[in-house]
Ligand binder design. Structure first.
Ligand SMILES: [Zn+2]
Length: 359
């Protein structure tokens, strides 16, 4: 029987304002917040932060009237679905910038700067910086990393990144300075969790696994093709620094972000709910294009795919790395995998227990 669906802790402190202790089936165990709940009608029992999946389904669907016995469960679910374990909200801000928020965490992915007209406006808006609990950085390029120290300072959250992105000097950590032209580790950073691909750790309640990714070479063509420039990791030590992917386990929802990667066959072993994948590499070559990303989805077979890092601004172009999102969506859906095309500012709720929540 599936467990861990509803959080029943702190019944009197819920922001619903409901006093759980009035429910006859509710009783508190000891001085802690552990609770036990029993549905007398069905005999289903849930303990601690868990209620049986069957009970949850009945409550959520309304097919079983529990109003006389468990009024607060239904009110609780209806009033604040995000507190239901197994549910996250994903907000997209362009490039590889996401905020993933759920029960007791708020993860920011790649708080870089907007390269359109080189304004370097924060990809993740400042209004999101408060309350951030984790900052995940897939590599050190400006569109992924420009504001990372600022978000860290505003939030106090730890930075989770590849090992090459930081150095330790005399018991202090320093970040490869996000806004420096050259590679220099001069930006102090209070809290950092450097990870190598293959490593797994738990950071403030979230299980995180680092996976190998590979940033493709970046081919730029400017001034109507008069100027060509190519960036590679061999020629430029600053380029694609610390490229690493991360799998985040958020209340049982497993989400992966790959950064600017080309396709790697080894991802076949991943088991994911949500895959965030770049698709805008057709012209620039720095990431997968639509077809390569579909091939990666075919390997990984997640439950939901969110494409990113396409139509990003660069210099005078608003959409420097165009992608055909409908072609990508068709390719993904042909595999029987759901696909959510998000534009900057969009949000979606994903639930591992309720497929109706998907877009
Ligand atoms: Zn990028």
């Amino acid at each position: 029987m599936g467990l861990a669906i509803v959080d029943l802790r702190c019944p009197r402190n819920l922001d619903t304002g409901v006093d759980w202790s009035s429910a006859p089936e509710y009783r508190e165990k000891g001085a802690g917040h552990e609770t036990e709940l029993q549905d007398r009608h069905s005999g289903i029992v849930g303990c601690g932060v868990s209620v049986s999946r069957v009970l949850f389904d009945r409550i959520a669907s309304g097919g079983h009237d529990l109003s006389g016995t468990l009024p607060t469960v239904r009110q609780y679910i209806a009033s604040d679905r995000r507190r239901v374990l197994g549910q996250v909200q994903v907000r997209y801000y362009g490039y590889n910038g996401f905020v993933v928020e759920g029960n007791e965490y708020k993860v920011v992915i790649d708080p870089g700067g907007d390269l359109y007209l080189l304004r370097m406006r924060p990809v993740i808006p400042r209004t999101e910086w408060n309350g951030v609990t984790h900052i995940v950085v897939t590599h050190g390029d400006p569109d992924h990393c420009w504001h990372v120290d600022r978000v860290a300072e505003a939030s106090g959250a730890p930075v989770i990144c590849g090992t090459q992105l930081v150095e330790r000097h005399e018991s202090r950590w320093f970040l490869a300075s996000p806004r420096a032209r050259k590679l220099e580790y001069t930006t102090p950073i209070e809290r950092v969790v450097p990870m190598q691909p293959g490593e797994a750790t738990r950071v403030e309640g979230i299980d995180i696994r680092a996976i190998r990714t590979e940033h493709g070479p970046l081919r730029l063509s400017m001034l109507f093709g008069l100027i060509h420039k190519e960036f590679t990791t061999e020629a430029d030590e600053r380029f694609a620094l610390g490229a690493t992917g991360f799998v985040l386990d958020l209340d049982g929802v497993r989400i992966a972000t790959l950064g600017d990667s080309i396709m790697l066959p080894e991802w076949q072993t991943l088991s994911l709910d949500v895959l965030i994948i770049p698709i805008g590499g057709r012209k620039a070559g720095n990431t997968m294009d639509e077809e390569q990303a579909v091939a990666a989805v075919a390997l990984i077979r997640p439950r939901l795919v969110i494409p990113c890092h396409y139509n990003c601004g660069f210099l005078f172009r608003r959409t420097a790395n165009p992608a055909d999102t409908e072609r990508f969506r068709a390719g993904v859906e042909a595999l029987g995998v759901r696909c959510a095309i998000m534009v900057p500012g969009d949000e979606l709720d994903y639930s591992s227990s309720d497929s109706d929540a998907l877009p």
